[in-house]
Write a protein that binds this ligand. Structure first.
Ligand code: 4AD
Ligand code: MG
Length: 440
């Protein structure tokens, strides 16, 4: 572009350049953080990390000078340095190459880094602001960023518009018991549990909308799949029924899995998920009606009957031997939210589906067609004991051009937990919020 100054030679090189095809023999200027440090005699061995990777650096006292050498050798793990040096082949170095420093400057020597091996989970959570520098965390959050970017690309291609619904709300949407209440200038306010009701309002002018927002659940449940704050991707589509919505959702999830598997296969591999397993997933996903699921569970010895909730253990049993996600469909009305469409074929059930991840991971998404009849909505609100007048604005949507529509919400951390086979959901978010912890 004319007028935009372009720096022909950036002041610093990315560490990854040391491993590029033309890397050997190249003179690089690097800066970053000391990941490991060891000195022996007049030689200092560092592993230097930046956002693009890490590389072994050797600095010889006779090369970089006594003062610089001493300063670099005294710098702590996670201290920051800048250096200049030549890339050389060295079979003993990780990746088979090292940088031989010609000069080195300590930018911040740092204090002794408090994190090292074999510390307790609690201690690491107390020091989470530092623990997130670990290679494992770096890779996990790279995957999470790739997941979000990929979903956004898909949604843009499908002409679904990103919206910014509020997080502070005047009425809880998914059931008051699990909403965090805040003092809103002397009146009750609530942290959003879902953007859905607002997305439904925005659907009438835009027809296809989505939002990625934090959702809050004041559930005291300490389980490996619950956070009190999580990243919620929600989509709302006009002119769609449950079957159409499931087709959209399975296409969206598959597109993301294939995209991430293609873009960052190394991170996936190193985190324990062979990319080929994600590439093997393809629509259509299995559809298991709730009634059939109950039958299956009974046959496996679960004490459930029609009307029973499908909990963690049940979901696990239903998905343990699956390799692809499945939809669990058409639940009893009483188990589900007030806004779900009564099934035309069976008024005891609603047009809802849970998306279950395979391998026992369980629910990662919730979907439904929405009730369009204001009277049926009022009836359901009364049944669950909700204050109908607070939903007046939502009922208005059914009074002015009410049309068939459907939507879903995906828990991003749940998706990443399954993709990366993490035991606990807290591994998938940098600063996990759980009943026991909201700091750092
Ligand atoms: O099933 P849920 O409660 O559905 C809704 O909130 C709908 N209003 C969404 C919509 O249709 N727009 O939540 C949706 C998803 C769940 O399937 C799960 O993946 C995730 O959000 N989720 C949680 N993730 C982490 N921690 C929690 N406590 C979660 N609660 C729900
Ligand atoms: Mg759900």
């Amino acid at each position: 572009m004319a007028g935009v100054p372009v720096d022909p030679k950036p002041a610093f090189d990315p560490v990854a350049r040391a491993f590029s095809v033309e890397g050997v023999g190249a003179k690089l200027r690097l800066r970053g953080w000391i990941h490991r440090s060891r000195s022996s005699g007049g030689i200092l061995f560092l592993v230097l990390r930046d956002r693009t990777g890490s590389v072994q650096v050797t600095a010889r006292k006779d090369r970089v000078g006594e003062t610089a050498f001493r300063a670099a050798a005294a710098a702590q793990i996670e201290g920051a340095v800048a250096l200049e040096g030549m890339v050389a082949e060295d079979p003993r170095a990780p990746g088979g190459r090292e940088v031989r420093a010609e000069s080195i400057e300590v930018l911040h020597a740092g204090e002794p880094f408090p994190i090292f091996q074999d510390q307790t989970e609690e201690f690491l959570l107390d020091k989470r602001h530092l623990a997130i520098r670990s290679q494992e965390h770096v890779m996990i959050f790279r995957v999470k960023a790739a997941v979000l970017a990929s979903f956004r690309r898909f949604l843009e291609t499908e002409e679904v518009l990103e919206m910014t619904p509020p997080i502070l709300t005047g009425n809880p949407a998914e059931g008051g018991a699990e909403a965090f209440q805040v003092d809103y200038f002397g009146r009750p306010g609530y942290l959003s549990q879902t953007a859905q009701l607002y997305l439904e309002a925005l659907l009438f002018p835009h027809e296809r909308v989505y939002a990625i927002t934090p959702s809050f659940r004041a559930e005291k449940s300490r389980t490996p799949r619950h956070l009190t704050e999580y990243t919620h991707l929600e989509v709302e589509l006009a002119w769609t029924d449950l079957d159409g919505l499931m087709v959209f959702l399975e296409r969206m999830l598959t597109a993301m899995l294939h995209d991430v598997a293609t873009r960052i296969p190394d991170e996936l591999k190193r985190l324990g998920r062979p990319p080929a397993e994600l590439l093997a997933i393809a629509p259509p996903f299995g559809r298991l009606p709730y009634a059939a699921a109950i039958e299956r569970l009974r046959a496996e010895g679960f004490k459930v009957a029609w009307g029973s909730d499908i909990g963690t253990a049940e979901e696990r049993a239903l998905t343990l031997s699956e390799r692809s996600p499945i939809f669990l469909t058409r639940f009893p009305r009483e188990l589900k939210a007030f806004y779900m469409l009564r099934s035309p074929a069976d008024p005891k059930t609603v047009e809802a589906a849970d998306l279950l991840a395979p391998e026992g991971y369980g629910e990662i998404g919730g979907a439904s067609a929405r009730e369009t009849d204001p009277e049926l909505l009022v009836e359901r609100l009364r049944q669950i004991g909700a204050p109908v007048q607070e939903y007046e604005w939502y009922l208005d949507l059914r009074r002015h051009g009410s049309v068939p529509h459907a939507g879903f919400g995906l828990g991003i951390e749940r998706v990443v937990r399954w993709m990366l086979r993490r035991e606990h959901i807290r591994d998938t978010t940098p600063f996990p919020r759980t009943p026991a912890r909201h700091t750092p």
